[in-house]
Ligand binder design. Structure first.
Ligand code: BES
Ligand code: MN
Ligand code: MN
Length: 516
């Protein structure tokens, strides 16, 4: 023990870590966790392993010691309303990118820069890139996150304003707290901790790519990966933008649904009309859309687009069995997470299978017409429905959209002109679990949570993950620390602070493990 602490002390001097951090670290760990103490320097490799262990321990202690500051920094980032879908916030989105870049630079990452994604065809938000590639002979980890957020509306349902991060009951509340600024910040803080513990060196090679368009489809990063893939060359991607299955239960997400996000525009009369003068003769685009939408899905949740399920793969029996063993109570889920009088969806399939491994179709909103207070008797000239579909392996966005568009057009009501537009899309993905990086991740989380990791899929989408696997051809580890009740995309989004800290420690241990 004494020798161990003198080893830590040496590191501490090098990087000037406060004394408390060291003792903190020793008391947290106990001696059994240190197979390689300073006494045993028998071989060169033992020495390297020992140094790595000691750097890791010091980094964990550093993170523990500085966690208050880490949260304050995160709050500053959360104050920037980087809503990628809203043109009014382009400046804020860029400010968030600059904030992240400045911090990556400060902690000692190299080649830090913003990569513009605006082209002749489209306006895009910048990517943030950084690397540190001096761990000769070690693997390269590509750390991915996104700094953009969803719009905060409805504002009056927030208990504290969405861009004024507030701590309550061990949580930090703000738009983007968990999705994904807080989780992306865990990466940055894990890197800082390792840098400090290693005297300016990391145990692995690291590239960081943080995008500002994930919440609007991630087209910019997809184009960059396709055209400049070599600049992101890595052995594994680390993504922290998913959830844990339950509190205290370390989780790796091994599959995501893909999506196609569309708009159907219905046009009737040339201009808005008096509904008394013209009602009975003029077509109503809202009624038309309602008629179309009613034919997209039946009351059992089955999508009625011809051929839509042709490519759907049922998960393997072993995966379905593993899902059955997860601690899941459907009634509790209905009551606490959904809050509706009953659940819907395809009969005979579990909730987990319905939300992780089956396609769905949802309507998000129908802009147009009169939505003001009171009453206005008008037949609107046009109406829009925002409709998205979640896809599962082996469906493709292109084929799914083609089938949907043809079907919707075939349903066009009399007197109406329909236009079906694709807003964005992303591939579904299932990642492999049979690799050393998944093992490094489960080893890391076992240390932090004292439990074995469960493997789940996510019903959500992170479009770029498919490109990491297919374009960069690298395995992806989706190690996320959100909780089921974190209110992603909803009012009162939060991040459980204990998970922010455990996430940082898990990532420190993961990166150290990959570099061991
Ligand atoms: N982080 C989420 C995706 C997610 C959430 C995956 C929970 C697994 C579990 C991501 O930020 C997200 O919301 N993605 C959008 C993507 C879309 C706009 C292309 C989504 O799923 O709606
Ligand atoms: Mn996200
Ligand atoms: Mn999101």
């Amino acid at each position: 023990m004494r020798l161990l602490s003198s080893c830590s002390e040496r590191n501490a001097r090098k990087i000037r870590i406060p004394e408390e951090a060291i003792s903190n670290c020793a008391s947290r760990q106990g001696t059994e966790n240190f197979p390689y103490t300073c006494v045993r320097a028998a071989t060169k490799s033992a020495k390297i392993i020992r140094e790595n262990q000691s750097v890791m321990t010091t980094a964990v202690a550093y993170a523990q010691e500085n966690k208050g500051r880490f949260v304050e920094e995160l709050k500053a980032l959360l104050r920037i309303p980087s809503i990628s879908t809203d043109p009014e916030h382009v400046g804020d989105v860029r400010r968030a990118a600059e904030f992240v870049a400045a911090e990556l630079k400060r902690i000692g990452m190299e080649n830090v820069r913003l990569i513009e994604t605006t082209t002749a065809e489209r306006k895009g938000h910048p990517l943030v890139y950084a690397d540190w590639l001096h761990a000769t002979g070690k693997p390269t980890v590509l750390c991915y996150g996104h700094y953009d957020v969803q719009p905060p509306e409805p504002l009056d349902e927030w208990r504290s304003p969405p861009f004024e991060p507030t701590e309550r009951d061990g949580n930090i509340y703000a738009r983007g707290a968990v999705d994904d600024k807080g989780q992306m910040w865990m990466h940055v803080k894990a890197l800082e901790s390792l840098m400090m513990a290693g005297g300016g060196k990391l145990p692995v090679n690291v590239r960081v790519i943080v995008e500002g368009e994930e919440e609007v489809g991630g087209e910019g990063i997809a184009a960059f990966v396709r055209t400049h893939g070599e600049q992101l060359k890595a052995d594994v991607a680390l993504v922290s933008d998913t959830e844990m299955f339950a509190p205290e239960l370390p989780t790796l997400c091994v599959g995501l649904r893909g999506m196609i996000y569309t708009e159907i525009e219905a046009r009737g009369a040339r201009t808005d009309l008096h509904s008394g003068m013209y009602g009975g003769a003029a077509p109503n685009p809202f009624v038309a859309l309602a008629q179309v939408i009613a034919k997209l899905k039946d009351e059992n949740g089955k999508i009625l687009i011809p051929g839509f399920y042709d490519k759907v793969e049922r998960p393997a029996d072993a995966e379905l069995r593993a899902w059955k063993a997860l601690p899941f109570d459907e009634e509790h889920y209905r009551e606490t997470e959904v809050g509706s009088v009953s659940l819907t969806g395809e009969p005979g399939l579990s909730v987990l299978e319905r939300t992780w491994a089956r396609p769905t179709l949802d309507v998000h909103g129908m802009p147009g017409g009169f939505i003001g207070a009171g009453a206005k008797t008008v037949i609107p000239a046009k109406a829009v429905a925002k409709v998205s579909m979640r896809l599962v392996p082996d469906m493709t966005p292109a084929e799914s959209f083609a089938k949907y568009k043809a079907y919707v057009e075939s349903l066009t009501p009399k007197g109406i002109v329909l236009e079906v537009r694709l807003i964005h899309s992303g591939d579904p993905i299932v990642v492999s679990t049979d690799n050393e990086y998944v093992k490094a991740a489960t080893d890391a989380m076992r240390e932090v949570f004292g439990k074995e990791t469960v493997f789940v899929r996510g019903g959500g989408s992170i479009p770029i993950v498919g490109d990491f696997v297919r374009e960069l051809k690298i395995p992806t580890v989706m190690m996320g620390f959100g909780l089921p009740d974190d209110n992603l995309h909803a009012p009162n989004e939060k991040f459980h602070l204990a998970n922010f800290y455990r996430g940082i420690e898990s990532i420190v241990r993961f990166l150290s493990g990959v570099g061991a």
